[in-house]
Design a protein around this ligand. Structure first.
Ligand SMILES: Nc1ncnc2c1ncn2[C@@H]1O[C@H](COP(=O)(O)OP(=O)(O)O)[C@@H](O)[C@H]1O
Ligand SMILES: [Mg+2]
Length: 333
């Protein structure tokens, strides 16, 4: 068995955005642990709070218009108390971040090599020659066919897939133990998507990093994740090892998501989850947030404030309905 050590411990993390002098939690009491050599996938529909969770971990919210509480423990320190200066030291060096849109992550006025080297200037004491050599090495590592040529190019001269490889090269430049990838392949076509995911997996084998992979694509999850967290309306509603989640999903939301995956051999219409993620402002403060989307379970069967139950080792679900109903009604949906 591969040795695993805990890299990041998130406890009861809440991120609230200000609206009309009140704060609304886009992330509402999220807890998880990330270990080395582990890929934790976070899935859920658009608007569930996945990106807010990622940006909160790396300190990208101004305290002026957000309210953040809880713990993001890294090396015995709670990152949420960090100043912007302290976060700058962590980002890139300890936590590499890959966002969905490579164009907005890159500086249009700097060459690829300059952008990779900028990170190295900030976080290492490498000489100029060492930095440009390391930039070429990184470009080769992320599968860029002609690193010398690409190093001198500007972002607009590259294809989407190449740009995302450059973003990954920058994220990996300092060999961070933690990588957060927020929908890293959503903007790319299917073939390139598969290549980028293979690349992340290969790199992880080399560096033993822990990866948080945010995606709304359960196909990607099945292929890459070790552990999966299903997010709904700011909360984790189910967390389980990947195989367990696919074979034995418990939360009605997880089951609906799984039913909405296209099957290669099926002519059936895709299952569509009725309704939509509630907006932050309309969120009910108590009760199950998914209840209104599962009409076949009587309202009084839902817990007041559903807590996480451990249904089997490592498998948690925020719902008590699974105990009482075996989803006989699902087919009628
Ligand atoms: N900077 C912001 N200010 C106010 N509300 C925001 C901000 N960013 C995200 N939100 C709101 O937080 C919720 C979660 O958004 P987001 O984290 O982007 O979800 P996801 O990544 O799962 O699609 C949404 O209701 C969104 O409108
Ligand atoms: Mg997002």
């Amino acid at each position: 068995m591969t040795y695993k050590k805990t890299l990041l411990e998130v406890r009861d993390l809440c991120t609230g955005f200000r609206f009309n002098d009140e704060f609304y939690n886009a992330v509402d009491g999220v807890s998880f642990t990330l270990s080395s050599n582990e890929v934790l996938a976070i899935v859920g529909e658009s608007g569930c709070g996945k990106s807010t969770l990622a940006t909160t971990i790396v300190g990208l919210h101004s305290p002026l218009n957000t309210s953040i509480s809880g713990e993001v423990m890294y090396r015995q320190e709670n990152l949420i108390n960090f100043t912007e200066k302290q976060y700058e030291k962590i980002r890139g060096n300890d936590i590499g971040v890959i966002f969905q849109d490579p164009l907005s992550a890159l500086n249009p006025l700097m060459t690829v090599s300059q952008q990779i080297e900028e990170t190295l200037v900030y976080h290492t004491s490498m000489t100029k020659a060492e930095r440009s050599e390391r930039a070429l090495e990184l470009l080769a590592q992320v599968g860029i066919p002609n690193p010398k040529r690409t190093a001198k190019q500007y972002p607009h001269e590259l294809s989407g897939g190449m740009r995302q490889r450059v973003v990954i090269a920058i994220a990996l430049a300092c060999k961070p133990p933690i990588i957060i990838a927020d929908e890293p392949t959503t903007a790319l076509d299917v073939t390139i998507q598969a290549q980028i995911l293979d690349l992340l997996n290969d790199l992880q084998e080399e560096t033993e990093s822990g990866i948080i992979l945010i995606t709304h694509d359960l196909g990607v999850v099945a292929e890459t994740a070790d552990k999966v967290a299903v997010m709904y309306a700011g909360q984790f509603v189910e967390v389980a090892p990947v195989q367990e989640l696919f074979e034995n999903p418990q939360h009605p939301y997880t089951r609906s998501l799984l039913k909405s995956i296209p099957q290669d051999d099926s002519e059936d219409d895709l299952h569509v989850i009725q309704g939509s993620v509630p907006s932050l402002i309309n969120l009910t403060r108590t009760g199950c947030r998914f209840a209104e989307r599962i009409p076949w379970i009587p309202a009084d069967a839902h817990e007041e404030n559903p807590q996480m139950h451990e249904v089997s080792p490592g498998h948690f679900v925020r719902c008590s309905c699974y105990k009482h109903f075996h989803f006989e009604g699902e087919a009628e949906q």
